[in-house]
Design a protein around this ligand. Structure first.
Ligand SMILES: NC(=O)c1ccc[n+]([C@@H]2O[C@H](COP(=O)([O-])OP(=O)(O)OC[C@H]3O[C@@H](n4cnc5c(N)ncnc54)[C@H](O)[C@@H]3O)[C@@H](O)[C@H]2O)c1
Ligand SMILES: [Zn+2]
Length: 629
């Protein structure tokens, strides 16, 4: 294979171009790990268009793999967009179709996620443009945003599935995907989450996905004004809290736009201006290992470089595995990406003339030999000061104690013998006054804040134990099934049976609850616990019977996501029996009929969950469903 990164697109032969494009398609769409910036990829596409205008690679529409329940045929194809990389190219496109210099145009954000359509009943992805993937089951996790509305997906719409920048910062940038590593950007995270088969995994990953209507933000501009307003429009769009990789321009006269028709690849009356400056190359000056609550995170120090208006000096390298995979060393030339609001990160590297390894063997704090845990490098010393500080700071955040940041915690640990959360509750105003920078009033306020946190939700306290992958949301799921005393008695098997927990979390919980048992006793003695989670019995119960297209557990989790409790047996307390085949003669069906329990078909139940009162669809050919958009 030729060099896949350093090529001169204009000098490649046709077979070389095709091979390179196919290679990068695979990296981008199947692996979610592009090796080159989009603009470089599009250089290849342009070269191909020059050499072989009829090549089918030019018109093929791709989509990331998602876990759906079947194919959906779009009534109107969902196409891609033609691309431009400069204002000149945009103006050239507009001049071609404008009927007068004042032709009205719409300027919209180019949302960077997965294209999807909802017809009021079925949610599907773009897929290859004609056949999409049915992802209706994921509806409960998706919120619609359109002009003046944010809420459940309750109307037909075509738009982009994205993770809002604020949600990404809060939820996803720290989440580890299956098999290690974090989601590097919002687009990868949407694709990753939508690729999960089990809805409980999505819930456990706190999936929060927004379907933005393409029309939600749309500036109307005359062609004659476009050049003058261009920079201002870009700035205004960039300030919106959505991941974007460009700007979409459309002819505003929809009838005229439609009359121009489409190529097999894109509508003629629309074009995407793609940002090209989200990736820059610079030099890796050093790697600093910063402490986290469990492990060390490598942070790259860079020769300052400007990316879309911001000077970047640091970028995350995620973890040691990522460093090894990138083959990165200090002194290398690195490509840095800053997409949306995400912490800048390094995409690739080229060896520098003088290079040295960024890896370390001993803890920079306590000198203990570091160990690998999955993709991470961790200090195994339970008394390592910096690690303890991070764990305490995380616990303080979980309890929502205000005014107690890392610098103050550091001083408290250094001067007042504080080690754990429980020690904080023992602090007196005098202890705070001893620290530099505290007056009587602020010391008293801080103590008051700390004391307030003694009344605490059980899920906050569990999250404060810093057990890997057991955050507040997962803890809430657990306490919907048990309380703290119950939890401490549960074994791996019982815990794994809780939807959304699974064997790995269950093992970590059992191991850590035992390891931290003494500390936990002390902590429980110091706080007043609130058990606010709903009792499972209060929820309507549902039982499933018969052979279903997906695993039974899948439907149970879906039901649970809608507030049902799943039941294994039919008894008089059951609210609902869902049958794959209502005409079956299973004992569950007979029993339910005898007890007068409501029985519904699986399809009927799924529709109830979606809240759509649409009539039973006619059986479509080859299991394909028609999408009415
Ligand atoms: N870097 C790589 O190695 C590599 C490899 C393959 C593909 N790619 C990138 O993927 C692109 C091809 O993907 P694509 O065909 O999905 O194109 P695209 O995603 O760049 O643009 C088309 C899509 O934009 C979306 N869109 C967002 N906002 C919109 C709005 N306001 N109005 C209408 N549509 C809107 C729609 O989903 C539409 O299908 C290439 O141009 C390239 O940039 C990169
Ligand atoms: Zn250490």
């Amino acid at each position: 294979m030729m060099d896949t990164r350093n090529f001169d697109a204009g000098k490649l032969t046709l077979p070389e171009l095709v091979a390179l494009i196919e290679y990068h398609n695979r990296r981008y769409w199947e692996l979610g790990e592009p090796e080159i910036p989009d603009a470089r990829y599009d250089e290849l596409m342009r070269a191909l268009a020059g050499l072989d205008p009829g090549n089918e690679l030019l018109t093929r529409v791709y989509a990331p793999a998602v876990a759906g329940s079947g194919k959906v045929r779009h009534r109107n194809p969902m196409l891609s967009l033609d691309k431009a990389y400069s204002l000149e190219e945009v103006l050239k496109w507009a001049d071609k179709y404008a009927r007068t210099p004042d032709e009205p145009l719409l300027v919209e954000p180019k949302y960077d996620g997965i294209s999807a359509g909802y017809d009021g009943r079925i949610l599907s992805t773009r897929g290859d443009g004609e056949l999409g993937e049915n992802i209706t089951a994921k509806l409960p996790l998706i919120e619609l945003e359109t002009a003046g509305y944010r809420g459940p997906l309750d109307r037909p719409v075509r738009g982009e599935l994205v993770i809002r920048d604020d949600d990404f910062r809060n939820l996803y940038s720290h989440i580890y995907k299956k098999g290690g590593g974090t989601y590097k950007n919002s687009r990868n995270a949407v694709a990753g989450i939508m690729g999960l088969k089990e809805i409980d995994e999505m819930i456990a990953q706190k999936a929060k996905i927004t379907l933005v209507d393409y029309n939600m933000v749309s500036f109307r501009v005359r062609l004659s004004e476009l050049a003058d307003r261009w920079e201002g429009l870009l700035a205004e769009l960039a300030a919106l809290p959505y991941p974007q990789d460009g700007v979409v321009l459309k002819l505003a006269d929809t009838a005229y736009e439609a009359s121009l028709g489409s190529t097999a690849h894109h509508p003629r009356g629309q074009i995407a201006y793609k940002f090209t400056n989200i990736r820059r190359t610079t030099k890796l000056l050093d790697v600093e290992w910063s402490f986290g609550k469990n492990c060390l995170t490598p942070v790259a120090h860079l020769e300052p470089v400007e990316i879309s208006g911001t000077t970047i000096k640091r970028a995350t390298l995620h973890n040691v595995q990522n460093i090894l995979e990138l083959g990165i060393e200090i002194g290398d030339t690195v490509t840095v990406e800053r997409a949306g609001d995400v912490i800048p990160y390094i995409v690739s590297s080229e060896p520098g003339a003088e290079r040295r390894s960024p890896l370390i063997e001993n803890c920079p704090c306590c000198g203990t030999g570091l160990v690998r845990r999955g993709p991470e490098l961790c200090c195994p010393n339970p008394d390592c000061f910096e690690t303890e500080l991070q764990r305490l700071a995380a616990a303080v955040r979980n309890l929502g104690i205000e005014r107690l940041g890392e610098p103050t915690l550091r001083k408290l640990m250094e001067n007042s013998g504080v080690k754990h959360l429980a020690d904080l509750f023992e602090l007196k105003v005098m202890d705070i006054l001893k620290l530099e920078g505290f007056a009587a009033k602020s010391a008293a306020n801080l103590i008051e804040e700390i004391q307030k946190a003694r009344v605490v939700n059980d899920y906050q306290l569990l999250a404060a134990l810093n057990i890997p992958n057991i955050g507040a949301n997962v803890a809430k799921v657990i306490f919907a099934h048990t309380d703290f005393a119950g939890l401490r008695k549960m074994n791996v098997e019982e815990l794994s049976a809780i939807p959304g927990i699974g064997p790995e979390r269950a093992q970590a919980l059992v191991r850590e609850l035992a390891a931290q048992s003494e500390y936990l006793d002390e902590l429980l003695g110091a706080v007043k616990l609130i058990h606010a989670a709903p009792e499972p019995e209060e929820r309507p119960t549902v039982c499933f019977t018969g052979k279903m297209p997906e695993k039974r557990s899948y439907y149970e989790k879906l039901a649970e996501a809608h507030g049902y409790a799943a039941a294994d047996d039919v008894n008089s307390h059951l609210s609902l029996l869902v049958a794959a085949d209502v005409n079956d003669t299973s004992s569950k069906l007979k029993k339910a009929a005898k007890l007068g329990i409501r029985i519904v078909s699986l399809d009927g139940f799924l529709r109830e969950l979606e809240g759509a009162a649409a009539p039973e669809p006619e059986e479509p050919p080859e299991g394909q469903l028609e999408l009415g958009l």
